[in-house]
Write a protein that binds this ligand. Structure first.
Ligand code: MSP
Length: 633
């Protein structure tokens, strides 16, 4: 029996409306789910809401409504947002649903019967906002070690899960399963955590203090600790314990995607619970980083919480999805700024992808009456072969990057084809071919090849931008993306689906219309200079021969540039915008007579021109192929 590929997001607290952080995990999980479906996997993708516990009870009481009503109202905000973001989850769990509560109670009863839960006195410090108990030693200067807020001393009867007895087994599991906790640095953090003595887990709350939760089956005066309740969602939905056939088809999860702040609860609490239930552990827990907003922590009090709906209104769901996964390597923290979003949108989507789509379709419309032509590969067709080699070579690096959840890398790999296809069109200049009857076949081959490249770009990008890519597919006169376009069977056939020649294209409105920012006035007028002053500048064409990061710097790249019979070492502040391999062979504008300086200990003998104010936004380069050393006047 083939195992279902199982992906989960955390279930989100309904104490407030969804923000960019929630959207982030959900979009990442969705992209992965869509990719796996394209490969032909049976996928089960689960998300939902965490509706019990102190936080939700408190939020409800602040609004003056009963907690269930509060949850019923807020859950819609999540569900609506997921619809707008094209999230393709297979189920949506609310922890207040009967099907979930039953399983939580069954799990607790089982652990109670196995004497893995015992009654004890709880004495400790409680952080109300975080709903976490801390021991005396864990406190930081008497405050909650997580949020630095004050904690309350609590002493009461409670129930405990014998978590401590799984400490060694868990440590062993983490050490022997490289992929269990990713990224690597997070894995080390958890191992560090497990070097200290692990305590038992308090899994109950007296109803006298907190009534909003699932009653313990063996003591009706208590409700279940919200984390135990919530974690069980991963198994309650898929049939545990009532439908073990279904459960065994889906469990263990292939990926639990979580934010770095909730890794411990997953890696330690959840693993220990699963061990106690004698169930397998998930294959991978991946902890992603946090988004800051304009370099600040996002918080209600700072009034900088980013509402995903507003971004979708302005830029569309596809662009938002693309940005979230392209801008920051999954696993690292990121900084959300409107400028960065606009930059990505304009350069990658409006320019690179949008132009490729619109010029390809426009030319087919103009030169071959809107019908994708039949190619004829007579004589030399090296460029076409190169394009198709890139197409065929895409699968492996994409698959590798996906396996490591390096979404940004998947995208930059696909972009190599986007860039090459754009360059191909420029090189072949179909607009010139169209002027000569004897070049007709060449013209048809070029238009076909551009359309074929576009089809594959759409297939590979479809997990990220389901909407835009479907529009590309329709524009190419195809009905829909083959549902398993990246399965082995389809790939072996060498085609991305039905043949393209003969299809009537359907050019719609621009996919990503350029986003025009209102111009800032007064920033672009440095004082005037004379032509003599200008001619003092030795500006020349340079070609980048080698590039590498400057050790210890986030911003600097060390470049080796040919400026015509002479090589220069130039340190350029473009590492945030470009990776070294982006720059190799690029022709750039070099200011060659700038006095050498040392940057981070590395000598820089010149400067490379690029657009942007404090940050580089675009590298200045040439449309034509020019010789290094050519003067620029
Ligand atoms: N209900 C628990 C999860 C239970 S899972 C069994 C919870 N909910 S939450 O709504 O507070 O957070 C859900 C997720 O949102 C976490 O993975 C968290 O990391 C993520 N984020 C919250 N703020 C974030 C950012 N600013 N940036 C990125 N992700 C962030 O915890």
């Amino acid at each position: 029996m083939k195992k279902t590929f199982y992906i989960t997001t955390p279930i989100y607290y309904v104490n407030d409306v969804p923000h960019i952080g929630h959207a982030y995990t959900t979009v990442a999980a969705d992209v992965l789910a869509r990719y796996k479906r394209l490969q032909g996997y049976e996928v089960f993708f689960l998300t939902g809401t965490d509706e019990h516990g102190q936080k939700v009870q408190q939020a409800a009481s602040e609004r003056g409504v009963p907690p269930q009503q509060h949850a019923d109202e807020l859950v819609v905000r999540f569900q609506d947002l997921w619809k707008r973001l094209d999230i393709s989850n297979d189920d949506f769990i609310r922890t207040t649903e009967h099907r979930h509560k039953l399983v939580v109670q069954a799990v607790l009863q089982y652990l109670w019967d196995k004497k893995l839960i015992y009654e004890g006195m709880y004495q400790g410090w409680y952080c109300l906002p975080d709903e976490r108990f801390w021991t005396e030693e864990e406190l930081k200067e008497g405050k909650c070690p997580e949020c630095s807020r004050s904690v309350d001393r609590i002493s009461e009867k409670n129930y405990f899960f014998k978590m401590s007895q799984y400490q060694d087994k868990l440590r062993w599991h983490i050490k022997n399963n490289q992929a269990f906790i990713l990224p690597e640095t997070r894995r080390n953090e958890v191992l560090g955590f497990l070097d200290r003595q692990l305590g038992d887990l308090c899994i109950s709350r007296p109803k006298a203090r907190l009534s909003w939760g699932i009653s313990l089956p063996f003591d009706p005066d208590y409700v279940t600790y919200v984390w135990v309740d919530a974690l069980v969602n991963y198994i309650s939905v898929i049939g545990y314990p009532a439908d073990l056939d279904r459960f065994n088809e889906i469990w263990p999860a292939d990926y639990h995607l979580v934010g770095k702040d909730i890794l411990t609860t997953h890696a330690v609490y959840w693993s220990a619970l699963l061990m106690a239930l004698e169930l397998k552990l998930p294959k991978t827990l991946f902890a992603h980083g946090w988004w800051m907003v304009e370099s600040e922590k996002m918080s209600k009090s700072r009034r900088n919480v980013v509402d995903p709906n507003a971004i979708i209104d302005e830029f569309g769901a596809d662009a938002f999805r693309y940005f979230l996964l392209r801008e920051v390597p999954f696993g690292q923290d990121g900084n959300f700024t409107r400028d960065a979003l606009i930059r990505r949108y304009n350069s990658d989507l409006a320019n690179d992808l949008g132009n490729l789509v619109s010029r390809t379709l426009t030319m087919i419309e103009q030169f071959t009456e809107g019908i994708i032509p039949q190619p004829s590969f007579e004589g030399s067709h090296d460029q076409e072969r190169e394009i198709m080699d890139i197409v065929r070579g895409l699968y492996e690096p994409v698959e590798d990057a996906f396996n490591r959840l390096e979404f940004h890398h998947v995208l930059s790999t696909i972009w190599k084809l986007v860039d090459r296809a754009n360059r191909y069109i420029e090189e072949m200049a179909p607009w010139d071919l169209a002027k000569k009857q004897r070049e007709r076949k060449k013209l048809e081959t070029v238009l076909y090849t551009a359309a074929e490249a576009l089809r594959f770009i759409a297939i590979y990008l479809s997990p990220f931008m389901p909407n835009a890519t479907e529009r590309i597919i329709h524009a190419l006169g195809l009905d829909q993306l083959p549902t398993n376009a990246l399965s082995l069977r389809v790939r072996e056939s060498g085609l991305g689906g039905a043949p393209l020649p003969g299809r009537r294209i359907q050019k719609g409105p621009a996919l990503f219309p350029r986003f025009e920012k209102p111009r800032k006035t007064g920033t672009l007028s440095p004082s005037q200079i004379t032509i003599d002053e200008f001619t003092k500048l030795d500006l020349r064409v340079g070609q980048i021969l080698a590039a590498e990061k400057v050790a210890g710097s986030e911003k600097l790249l060390k470049l080796n540039v040919d400026i015509g019979g002479e090589q220069r070492q130039i340190v350029a502040g473009m590492a945030k915008r470009y990776s070294p391999e982006d720059l190799i062979h690029k022709k750039v504008i070099v200011l060659a007579n700038l006095k050498p300086v040392r940057l981070m200990g590395v000598e820089s003998q010149g400067m490379i021109l690029a657009a942007g104010d404090k940050e580089v936004t675009a590298l200045a380069t040439f449309l034509e192929d020019v010789e290094p050393g050519t003067p620029i006047k």
